[in-house]
Design a protein around this ligand. Sequence first.
Ligand code: NDP
Length: 396
Amino acid sequence: MGINLDNGVELRNIAILGSTGSIGTQALEVIRQNPERFKAFILTANGNASLLIKQALEFNPKYVVIAQESKLEEVRSALKNSNTEVFFGTDELCSILERPEIALVLTAMVGFAGLIPTLAAIKAGKNIALANKETLVVAGELVTSLAKHHGVKILPVDSEHSAIFQCLAGEEHNPIEKIYLTASGGPFRGKDRKFLATISRKDALKHPNWVMGEKITIVSASLMNKGLEVIEAKWLFDLNPSQIDVIVHPQSIVHSLVQFTDGSIKAQLGLPDMKLPIQYAMAYPKRMANDFPRFNFMDFPNLSFEEADKKTFRNLDIAFFALNTGGNMPCVINAANEIVVAEFLKEQITFLRMSEIIEKCMSEIEFISKPSLEDYIETDRITRILANQFVTNSKF
Ligand code: NDP
């Protein structure tokens, strides 16, 4: 719930799931600059106890939750003289997400781990600021129908989806003909597969325009991130796959575009700074003043657009195939992708091997056309096992 203060300003209690990550820390920066508007009510981390403790001491949340039980004592002991209660694990997180004081849940954890807490927050009637795209990739139908049932808003944080959401403001009754998701093309734009065969972890972690967590940086380089965003867009905006197109825009200034049935196109522009879509989702439907750097047209006299290279970067077609196939197929690509990215980061497999293993998992995991939540959990589990087997089995 928002609390109306005497000055008419609403103070929103925000639960930040994944507060120690790239999105989470930027969300806390927005809170730091707007203490009269937002309060960090829950902060969570996987294993980064020291940063979680530091954040708790600064923001004084009601609760913190650490996912790794081995870190629980460290966090409890550091916060024993504070007002913050400390919990651990998904079950405890899901139960405190029901607290009536919470106005908005920002899902900023990475990966499949976001699914269960997001579903719990929706069931508790909380509006969601969704950064954790994996939730919609894995179980878009389940999540969006549950949100509809509970009257919950899903506010996109991903910059492309936030752009589309902003373009759609005031257009509620006007059908969309098509959306264009922009992609920077990543650090290997214009390169061929021979080049991709040689690249290292360090090369792939150098994104030209955005500073992000490691997983999303790697999947931006492999274009799987754009593929996941295509699936995310389908569910957020209720589109057919044929209504979604990807266009490479190396400057990352036009964050995405909507074409309406009269052929008119609306775009949202701005400097590449995730604080902007984070703040938009947190303050929605209001726009809040800030001192973020402003876009200067003279710094970008040429904004360019080009076709995505689907031959070199196979992941885009893989994602479209999964989207068209439906069922548990997007869940398979998500789970396989999480494994291959982790293994690439550990330098256990090459860059090109990532797509090969994902495709192999897609052909081997049993297809389920109408999965239940349990089916998604099982698909995720067995796909991870299979993908790990392919990682160690170099023959395939
Ligand atoms: P980071 O890797 O920087 O942060 C991930 C956060 O999730 C950390 O707080 C981490 O805790 C926590 N976490 C990781 N694993 C688990 C787990 N198993 N259980 C609970 N918490 C976990 O990721 P990003 O901030 O880059 O990305 C977060 C999400 O936002 C992703 O879904 C990403 O695709 C999406 N996104 C990110 C963008 C960006 O600019 N970074 C842009 C658009 C979308 P700990 O620190 O303890 O490991």
